[in-house]
Design a protein around this ligand. Structure first.
Ligand code: IPM
Ligand code: MG
Length: 358
């Protein structure tokens, strides 16, 4: 049976980057004799404007039935002052929860052609190949919270962090499975010197690791991890952590690669997977052909790998992206003058990838 995907362009540069990822996906699939159908749905600010809510039922239903969901980016200043439950970000958080996407995979790899653009010295980042596995359905993101209220004349607010053994077990297991076939090392990141949730996390992670003889598990405090990521990023293989720490560390790790515009992500559960670049909607450059579509194109590759069951298409897309970069094509975010590089628009970048599919 032919596979079916939902494309959610979202806001800002979302439409341009998903259009290129879709074009590349169709061309690569065709070359491999694979076919899929797609439909577009709205979420985020675009859905707030059209339906009054960031995540319409219709979008949720379509995503539930699909094999994979490809998302651009949501949010923008236009919707920054809406009520908290209507924020565009709620679309992402709602999709993660309703689709049971408990694992967020963010591979951080340095493209050799871009190593010089990393804010760190090239010799520090050359060997970086990190897989961040972030828990995505629990922790402080989904705990009870109290928006600001005034109690006895003092304004206050709180958010609650909670983790259960099953939530920790399933994500650490996935991290350990992912480490097999890589360097076999998992760093579990927590703040067990202070937080109760982290002490449970560390205990459960250590227990899970016992089942994986080929995996070497170590534990690191999150503050130290933030430091090691810039001091010695090449020392990491798989990094597994909770929702909030994962959010922060993955942005930090992302810049090692020289551009956040290049990095893909997969959010996985037991059903449909959601694929999106890790950057935001960049409303300031929307509609000008300046956006880098490679993060979304690489997210589509991950979708072929994890949700559409076609490794060949995934690998073909990834190889074409490598080739485009070594051939010197650059969107504005990664272009540098005087180095013999060719500056291209969002659409031209998509086309250059298509030209190199083989
Ligand atoms: C991310 C983003 C989201 C998050 C926002 C948009 C809610 O920062 O995917 O990392 O915090 O998880
Ligand atoms: Mg984030």
């Amino acid at each position: 049976m032919s596979k079916h995907i939902v494309v959610i362009p979202g806001d800002g540069i979302g439409a341009e980057i998903t259009a290129e990822a879709l074009r590349v996906s169709q061309a690569a699939a065709e070359k491999c004799g694979f076919s899929f159908t797609y439909e577009s749905k709205q979420a985020g600010g675009a859905a707030i404007d059209a339906y009054g809510v960031p995540l319409p039922e219709d979008t949720i239903e379509a995503c539930r039935k699909a094999d994979g969901v490809l998302l651009g980016a949501v949010g923008g200043p236009k919707w920054d002052n809406v009520a908290p439950e209507l924020r565009a970000e709620k679309a992402i958080l709602g999709l993660r929860k309703t689709l049971g996407l408990y694992a967020n995979l963010r591979p951080i790899k340095v493209f050799p052609a871009l190593a010089a653009q990393s804010p760190l010295k090239p010799e520090l980042v050359r060997d970086v190949d990190i897989l961040i596995v972030r828990e995505l359905n629990g922790g402080i993101y989904y705990g009870d919270r109290q928006e600001a209220v005034t109690v006895k004349g003092i304004e206050q607010a709180w958010d609650k962090e909670g983790y259960s053994r099953p939530e920790i077990e399933r994500i650490v297991r996935l991290a350990c499975r992912s480490a097999i076939g890589r360097k076999g090392r998992v760093t579990s990141v927590d703040k067990a010197n202070v937080l109760a949730t982290s002490r449970l996390w560390r205990k459960v992670a250590a227990e899970v690791a016992v089942d994986f003889a080929q995996v070497e598990m170590s534990h690191m405090y999150v503050d130290n991890c933030a430091m090691q990521l810039v001091l010695n990023p090449g020392s990491f293989d798989v990094l597994v952590t909770g929702n909030l720490f994962g959010d922060i560390l993955s942005d930090e790790a992302a810049v090692l690669s020289g551009s956040i515009g290049l990095l893909p992500s997969a959010s996985l559960g037991d059903g449909t997977g959601l694929y999106e670049p890790i950057h935001g909607s960049a409303p300031d450059i929307a509609g000008q052909g300046l956006a880098n579509p490679l993060g979304t194109i690489l997210s589509a590759a991950m979708m072929f790998r994890f949700s559409l069951g076609n490794e060949k298409v995934a690998a073909m897309i990834e190889a074409a992206v490598d080739q485009v970069l070594s051939d010197g094509y650059r969107t504005a975010d990664i272009y540098q003058q005087g180095q013999g590089l060719t500056k291209v628009s969002t659409e031209e970048m998509g086309q250059q990838v298509i030209n190199r599919l083989k």
